[in-house]
Design a protein. Structure first.
Length: 210
């Protein structure tokens, strides 16, 4: 049986795609799942995170890494999903025909949205592509500021989009950047901290939808 495939996508840069991909990977790994992360973004941020982790902790047989060009995604995912429970694909911050192969092999498309109107506008092209491939979309409020009126306004508009909005809101917390730079997940920095609890809750929501 093939593993589930999650694609993290957003047209706008700075939405926190790589941060979500890395932290979900660690959370699933901590639950005993075999996880693969696939970096298709030429910037290679997920790859740098993985290498920082490898240098600090050595090899983990339950956590694999791969890279692929846009059109090599299907082949790489096919290989990885046969030997892993979860494959997480991190994509470039652009929405065009090159994203279609990643969407096509996905069981769920996770779309992080930071709390701005610009992030909402950036979802339009992605939604069109996901609809053409008939793939479910889960919007995740990411880098949200507590008690900000704009956060509430954007959350309301996200709920009106064609797709599901995660109940979990990921806060704008320094620990996410710190952990990423060290090759860690936030759960490894503080298992009972708010950031770790948010990622754990999001992981539960993701698994409930696939």
């Amino acid at each position: 049986m093939s593993g589930i495939v999650l694609t993290v996508a957003q047209q706008k840069g700075g939405s926190g795609k790589t941060t979500l991909a890395a932290n979900l990977a660690i959370t699933f790994r901590e639950r005993g799942m075999r996880v693969a992360v696939l970096d298709t973004d030429p910037q290679g941020s997920l790859g740098r995170w993985f290498m920082a982790r490898f240098e600090a902790r050595g090899e983990d047989e339950g956590l694999s890494f791969g890279t692929a060009s846009a059109w090599g995604v299907s082949y790489e995912v096919g290989k990885l999903s046969g030997s892993h429970d979860v494959v997480i694909v991190d994509t470039p911050p652009k929405i065009d025909a090159d994203l279609r192969p990643a969407l096509r092999v996905s069981d769920l498309v996770i779309v992080p949205i930071a709390t701005s109107q610009v992030d909402l506008w950036a979802t339009e092209g992605l939604m069109e592509l996901a609809a053409r491939e008939d793939k479910p979309v889960l919007f995740v409020m990411n880098r949200a500021a507590a008690r900000a009126r704009l956060t509430a306004e954007v959350a309301q508009k996200v709920a009106e989009l064609q797709g599901e909005k995660a109940d979990t809101v990921i806060g704008n917390r320094v620990v996410f950047a710190e952990a990423l730079g060290e090759g860690l997940g936030v759960s490894e920095k503080g298992r009972k901290g708010p950031a770790a609890l948010e990622i754990a809750a999001l992981a539960d929501e993701v698994l409930a939808r696939v």
